[in-house]
Design a protein around this ligand. Sequence first.
Ligand code: PLP
Length: 389
Amino acid sequence: MSNLNLYENMLSNNVKNIEISGIRKFFNKVSKYEDVVSLTIGQPDFNVPEKIKESMIDSINQNKTTYTSNAGIEELRLEISKYLKEMKIDYSKEDICITVGGSEGLMSVFTAIINEGDKVLIPTPAYPAYESIVKLLGGEIINYPLNSDFSIDFEKLKELIKNQKPKVMVVSYPSNPTGAVLTKEQNDKLHDILKDEKTIIISDEMYSSICFEKEYNSICQYKDIKDKTILVGGFSKMFCMTGLRVGFVCAKPSFMSSIMKVHQYNVSCAPSIAQWGAAEGLKSCMDDVEFMKDKFKERGEYVYSRLKKLGFEVYKPKGAFYIFPSIKKYSENSEEFSERLLKEAKVAVVPGSAFGDGGEGYIRISYAYSMDQLKKALDRMEEWLKSEF
Ligand code: PLP
């Protein structure tokens, strides 16, 4: 046996069972072609707000470059607590741990909770990290279906909870990849279903700052289920600081002490300078956040109306910066469709299948790109559809 095979056989089985993200796979393909308009990733095209940049430069000059406490700087945890209170979500600074982006937040939370064989309810379609993390930890994934507007199919959910007794349920709104949010009534229903169950709720609210509805609704707003609700959030999208890697986890002490252990041994703390930047952002850059949200809303409406005119069946996004049109009338296979769109029309999107079984038959378009790029991509799609279908 060659050394290569020997070492391959020694790798973790759980790691062998997961693949690199389908989003990245398609993003990486783009560079193989010339003159492609890429609408693949969730990278806002705005710069980090100036005051955040200035505060980070000041922090470097003041040598705030040491480890912070494991939970993160108190100033930022306090600002997060205030930010959440404005959305009627109540966590004190002691309930908050600053993480290395939302990604580390998710990984630390799941690692703290999941034992081999534990059942985890995950929506489909959904952000791919949930399934991969649960597989990595040896948990069992149970997908729950969504309605045609990507809200939760409550009857099926009730059935799954009754029959499967899952340990954890993941809720993810505003949604990547669908742009859906839940209404107050839908959250009330979800709360009714979960309130007497033992199931732990992990709510990924990475796009909390990009919600186009007047009111922000979240399952974390219900005080009587606070003990079993964990919120994961972050600043990658809010302040366009994807590379600065700051996120957060909110949970009551029964979970937080375990989450902190994982977080501590994994990363010690989030990057100090970026933490100071995020704290400044929450103090003085919420107008920038509002400005960007309005721009995303405008772009979402533009893409939605163009897709509608082209004849796509598509749900109007209510948050985040993604739209998820059905391509079923053109193809059963979203990977093949996206591949052709890339090669023939020079437009890159992500196949819906990258977001799980429920994503097949759809494509995800990110509209975190300039209007010029969006217009160019949609013009190309229009031409291509006319000539090919
Ligand atoms: N959760 C969702 C729904 C996301 O879309 C993302 C990133 O795209 C993350 C979590 C991870 O966020 P971060 O880039 O801060 O690690």
